[in-house]
Ligand binder design. Structure first.
Ligand code: AMP
Length: 450
């Protein structure tokens, strides 16, 4: 998961990078960092915590310069060390470089072991560090650009990288374009590259275009506009899960507004829903991720939309749950039922996805304890049966409830009266059936091979 940003050619580069990271906080809340370049030197500040906590005025004062790259880190199991925060910085033969990365390299262990066999030492568990070593150990090329290209030849997976030297930025999106990356022009000068276009609003940038799959963009003082090199033959497979859950609804990913795709998912669910004479009183979203789909469902079905569950916004996605007792409290702290509205009523509850099934089980139970007569659960994505190895943090196969149980068993487990999912075809149609989406969590097609 994670968010990356690059700002080039603006005297407030680090400040703009911090604003962009702030608007992409949903992509990672564990740690954040920015590297700026000025007068031939790279300055880095990174720490655990939220963007608003780490980038104080003092920190931004230190990060002067007209170019900066930044990163928000998503917490994944085990890797919560500050060393795993990005950007990753290194001094090497050609000078200094700093790298940010969103995605997941599937051949990381193989490359890392080869590097270790040849004497490399690693400081972190991050696959991003592979790229640093591959660039630094290249003895045949004396230009950073060529070294990056050589390093990418040995890099397989889903990635968006930004490599910053003392005076250039290199932006690369993998040949499949799995993770999103867009280019914008900042009104006060210079360019922005960011994981999501929602970052453009806050820095006052106009969307220019998406970075193409397999493309490298180079920002340098020699060119007013970024230089583009098509490094790899594109095989476009954008990630469907960005639309389902991960991206912010106001972002436009590869030409599609995320909110509209979610609304379509809800409409499609409603069109195919066979409630079989069940009288449903209201459509209730699981806030916030289920809201656009629930609005779509309500519009399509004519069933009234009601905020039957209220969300407390002070519980973040990174809520620490040290004990089972605290874990059980989590849903209650985050979501609260509107008793007076739901008492004695039959609810059609919509969420974006079921992963382990723990959240939906607690929600159904909470609604029934609050007096709901029936809870019909609808999921605006297909059953998640396979882990994602392309940059979305999913648990291993054994923990995925739909890998272990049929739809009927899941329905029983979460204590719902009925349960329906979107089919894979309907998901494709809801986003726009003009692309070959990455759907591996739903269909197990692990297509990344080179
Ligand atoms: P659960 O079924 O309890 O594992 O959690 C499902 C809920 O977590 C869904 O309602 C989503 O809103 C949210 N979710 C889905 N995928 C992820 C993810 N990769 N990381 C964090 N939350 C997620």
């Amino acid at each position: 998961m994670c968010a990356i940003v690059g700002i080039y050619g603006n005297e407030n580069a680090a400040r703009l990078a911090s604003l962009a990271l702030f608007s992409m906080q949903h992509r990672g809340q564990e740690a954040t960092g920015i590297s700026s370049s000025r007068e031939g030197k790279i300055y880095t500040k990174k720490d655990r915590g939220l963007v608003s906590e780490v980038f104080t005025d003092e920190a931004l004062e230190y990060l002067k310069g007209n170019m900066a790259i930044g990163h928000n880190r998503y917490s994944t199991a085990g890797g919560d060390s500050i060393l795993d925060a990005q950007p990753v910085y290194a001094k090497y033969k050609l000078g200094e470089m700093s790298i940010v990365h969103n995605g997941n390299l599937i051949n990381k262990d193989e490359v890392r072991n080869q590097l270790i066999d040849n004497g490399a030492i690693f400081q972190t568990g991050m696959d991003t560090e592979n790229l640093i070593h591959l660039i630094a150990k290249n003895t045949t090329k004396d230009k950073l650009k060529d070294r990056i290209i050589d390093a990418l030849d040995r890099t397989v997976g889903a990635y968006c990288f930004i490599v910053q030297s003392r005076n250039k930025q290199f932006v690369i999106r993998d040949r499949y374009g799995i993770r999103p990356l867009s280019l914008g022009k900042i009104k006060t000068g210079g360019y922005i590259v960011a994981s999501e276009t929602c970052a453009f609003e806050l820095v006052d940038a106009e969307f220019v275009r998406d970075v193409n799959p397999g493309e490298m963009l180079i920002f340098s003082e020699h060119n007013d506009e970024p230089e583009s090199i098509q490094l790899f033959e594109p095989e476009f497979r954008p990630c469907a899960f960005e639309y389902v859950y991960f991206a912010r609804p106001d972002s436009v990913i590869d030409g599609k507004n995320v909110y509209s795709t979610r609304e379509n998912m809800g409409k499609t669910l409603a069109s195919n829903d066979n409630v079989n004479g069940i009288k449903v009183d209201m459509v209730v979203p699981v806030p916030d991720s289920g809201v656009p789909a629930a609005l779509g469902y309500a519009a399509q079905s004519g069933i009234p939309f009601k905020y039957g569950i209220i969300r407390n916004h002070y519980v973040g996605r990174t809520f620490i749950e040290p004990t089972q007792e605290m874990r059980s409290l989590k849903v209650k702290m985050k979501l609260s039922p509107m008793r007076s509205m739901i008492e004695g009523k039959s609810l059609l509850v919509i969420d974006d996805s079921i992963v382990r099934g723990t959240t939906s089980k607690r929600i159904v139970r909470m609604l029934k304890e609050a007096g709901a007569k029936e809870v019909h659960f609808r999921v605006a994505s297909p059953e998640i049966k396979f882990p994602c190895f392309y940059g979305i943090d999913t648990p291993n196969k054994e923990e995925l409830i739909s890998n272990n149980m049929t739809k009927e068993e899941v329905c029983k487990y979460i204590e719902a009266d009925t349960l329906e999912y979107l089919t894979i075809d309907d998901l494709r149609n809801s986003i726009g059936n003009d692309r070959n989406y990455a759907l591996e969590s739903f269909d197990g097609d692990y297509f990344v091979t080179k």
